[in-house]
Design a protein. Structure first.
Length: 87
């Protein structure tokens, strides 16, 4: 059963099946949100500083979120179902 309130793509997949998430800001809050969402789907991460990956330190080590941190907002070619602004 699918919920008609969830946005879907042209193949019928809902946001829950293929979430598209953008995060603006890579500080403590943005990195934490990215780490949690990374398990569901790799979020697009934007900041004023380009990085090859995003790291979130914790007591036992460092959680690495793969995927480059993007700085060029003009290069965004798609839309996102959900956006977090953590600045």
């Amino acid at each position: 059963m699918t919920c008609s309130l969830l946005p879907s793509n042209d193949k019928g997949a809902t946001m829950l099946e293929q979430p598209t998430v953008a995060i603006v800001g890579t500080g403590a809050i943005g990195a934490t949100i990215a780490a949690v969402l990374h398990e569901l789907a790799a979020p697009a991460i934007f900041s004023c500083t380009a990085r090859e990956f995003l790291g979130l330190p914790f007591d036992g080590g460092n959680f690495v979120i793969s995927g480059a941190v993007q700085i060029d907002s003009a290069a965004i070619a798609n839309t996102f179902a959900l956006g977090f602004v953590a600045v």
